[in-house]
Design a binder for this molecule. Sequence first.
Ligand code: ZN
Length: 161
Amino acid sequence: MKAAKHTVVSLDYTLKNNAGQVMDSSEGQEPLVYLHGVGFLIPGLEQEIEGMEKGQAKSVTVQPEHAYGLRRDDLLYVVPKSGFQGEEEMVVGMQVELDTENGPALAYIEKIDGDNVTLDLNHPLAGEVLTFDIKISDVREASADEIDHGHVHGPHGHHHH
Ligand code: ZN
């Protein structure tokens, strides 16, 4: 069976960034099991998996536009350090959680300059050309319930109601 909309795909993968560093991998763990064709994966990767069958492997390069987007300067914010709890412990590269109009968001500390902190709300993989080494370990039909819920049920599937 080929991976197509509303099939359940089991995927082994290793994700590398521009610099060839491994950012994420299923190696040594269960494969990622997901409902194909509903936007669970980044678009550039889902597109490449479309039509693949069990046992097939390939290396996929995805441009930022089809992954986590380009880095945006308007997602850098300068805020006073005193607005944070535990401000003494703040260091560049640290992740902080913010309350925004659209709910909680994660940001990285880009720069600390006196009492000013520059926060970066870009996705950590924004602007990166990503390489995925993938192998399809299974493809099956999704059940009607899975399609209805938009996620996978059963072993290795996440389920919450
Ligand atoms: Zn469900």
